[in-house]
Design a protein around this ligand. Structure first.
Ligand code: FAD
Length: 480
């Protein structure tokens, strides 16, 4: 017997019908279920009008709405502050309960607390489900009952705890409630223009919605066994490119684990390595949940006493990093890829994050914020984890004395200079030997390639060798 007569499903980071834990629970517990998506003005007000992600979400909810209609329901779309929109809507629909997938970000948690409190005042329930992680919050703890701070130990415990039921799909089975179409007065859906956004000149370069996600997964699966060999080379089609879909929940994390886990058990090293990346995702959700201070501060508080470069000179260096004009071709290619497409390969994220913090001596939080604005797949937990890893301020971070050499990284991971040629076309005519460090090329090679250093392409804005020494001294004071 359903517990509630009328319910409201609030879609957030789970824009799909298939294998949606929250939706299945809501349908099980409500006789009639309305569905809503809120373009939250508290979030949108911080974004530029051509933000790619808003257009991506708009496409995804168009698909979601069509699927809901085909199943007898439909999506109510609001453009308002969510903490107000949800209680108001629950009241006007007379919903007994609101269902939502759990979010681990501090601001989302406080928004959810406000919503829960407002609903409670009117005797309505707010029920959250685990959907975007396989294990969350306290589900994986160490022998002392505390959260893990080291990834490998966490991963081993995660794998040990995993049972088939953890990754089984959530399927709506009878007896269950039915999806209710939006009432006539709530069928009007605001367009992108209505909410102050437009179609970006360069939209997110992957197909949207669940179908887009399924397409990427189908494309990746035949490559999964080779993932460990290919994933570090940005010019090679190695990773899955699914991150934006995981971010908005157009694909279920369980669906991915259902592919990777059995393949790993059958001996695939590629699948094991890919599953490990999915576990990093759970790990960083868990870290953010237990240690919310990481949003803004170093995981290890002593690292907050590092004195980063600041002032006009540092601002100039930061701008050059953002714009991809540092004079280090691999860094510039990566930043231009980010600016043009909203995506950056994981290896390049590590290289540019290391460059900003350890070659330019600039606070990791400035880079983190820039990534948050630019990345299609921006996720506070993974982004913060990645930045604190690179800056050596995080849990299980790389040691501070491990400083990536941008030239060596370039020679190793983009040996033929494919990525550089694509995103820094002014260097395209250089040989694969010279392209990683043009200032070391013979003058004749530069002339031949049509390059005047300092004019058509910048000289390096910093000397890596000198910067390395400064960084060791900067971090060295924390040694004991
Ligand atoms: C400085 C920095 C910032 C980052 N910011 C983000 C971010 O905002 N959002 C984000 O999703 N990832 C972030 N990452 C992790 C990683 O770079 C991306 O997840 C990955 O490049 C996405 O491409 P993919 O989907 O092809 O990944 P694949 O290699 O196919 O991996 C599959 C999935 O595993 C997850 N994953 C992979 N690596 C990591 C990781 N290190 N930590 C957590 N989850 C991971 C992602 O959900 C990814 O889609 C960051 C890494 C660094 C070093």
């Amino acid at each position: 017997m359903p517990k509630f007569e009328r319910g409201l499903m609030w879609f957030r980071r789970d824009l799909r019908l298939e294998d949606n834990a929250t939706l299945v629970q809501a349908l099980r517990e409500c006789r009639r279920l309305f569905c809503v998506f809120v373009f939250d003005t508290d979030i949108l007000s911080t974004l530029p009008a051509d933000d790619r992600r808003v257009a991506f979400i708009d496409d995804c909810i168009t698909e979601l709405d069509a699927e809901l209609r085909a199943a007898g329901g439909g999506l109510i779309v609001r453009h308002e502050a969510a903490h107000k929109a949800i209680p108001d809507l629950a009241r006007s629909l007379n919903a007994d309960a609101v269902f939502a997938g759990r979010d681990y970000e501090p601001e989302a948690k406080s928004r959810d607390q406000r919503v829960a409190a407002a609903l409670k005042l009117e005797q309505r329930h707010f029920l959250q489900c685990k959907d975007q992680a396989i294990f969350e919050m306290d589900e994986i703890l160490n022998g002392q009952g505390e959260p893990y701070k080291v990834f490998t130990a966490y991963k081993n415990a995660w794998l040990k705890a995993l049972r088939p039921t953890h990754i089984e799909p959530f399927i709506n089975q009878p007896p269950s409630g039915t999806l209710a179409p939006p009432p006539a007065q709530l069928t009007q859906r605001p367009s992108l223009n209505d909410i102050g956004f437009g179609h970006p000149a360069h939209p997110i370069p992957v197909a949207t919605g669940s179908r887009g996600a399924q397409g990427l997964l189908a494309d990746f699966l035949p490559r999964m066994d080779l993932y460990h060999e290919r994933r570090d080379f940005p010019a090679v089609k190695g990773p899955s490119y699914l991150s934006v879909h995981l971010r908005f929940g157009t694909i279920s994390i369980r669906a991915l684990a259902r592919e990777a886990y059995p393949a790993m058990q059958a001996g695939s090293v590629g699948a094991a390595t890919w599953l490990s990346e999915l576990i990093w995702r759970d790990f960083y959700f868990m870290i953010l949940h237990h240690f919310p201070h990481v949003a803004g501060q170093a995981f290890r508080p002593e690292y907050d006493s590092i004195s980063w470069e600041c002032g006009p000179e540092a601002d100039k260096l930061f701008r050059a990093w953002c714009d991809g004009i540092t004079g280090y071709p691999i860094v510039d290619a990566a930043m231009r890829q980010l600016n043009q497409t909203g995506y950056m390969h994981n290896r390049l994220r590590m290289v540019v994050a290391s460059f900003l913090t350890k070659d330019l001596g600039i606070d990791w939080r400035r880079g983190e914020q820039y990534f948050a604005r630019q990345l299609n797949d921006f996720d506070l937990s993974a982004n913060n984890g990645g930045w604190q890893w690179a800056a050596s301020t995080g849990c299980d971070a790389q040691p501070y004395f491990r400083i990536f050499n941008p030239i060596t990284q370039s020679r190793k991971f983009d040996a033929q200079g494919h990525v550089i040629r694509r995103y820094v076309p002014e260097l395209a005519a250089l040989s694969s030997k010279d392209i990683h460090a043009p200032w070391l090329a013979q003058p004749t090679a530069l002339v031949h390639a049509g390059i005047t250093l300092g004019v058509s392409y910048p000289m390096p804005i910093v000397d890596h060798g000198c910067a390395r020494k400064v960084t060791l001294a900067r971090y060295g004071i924390l040694k004991d």
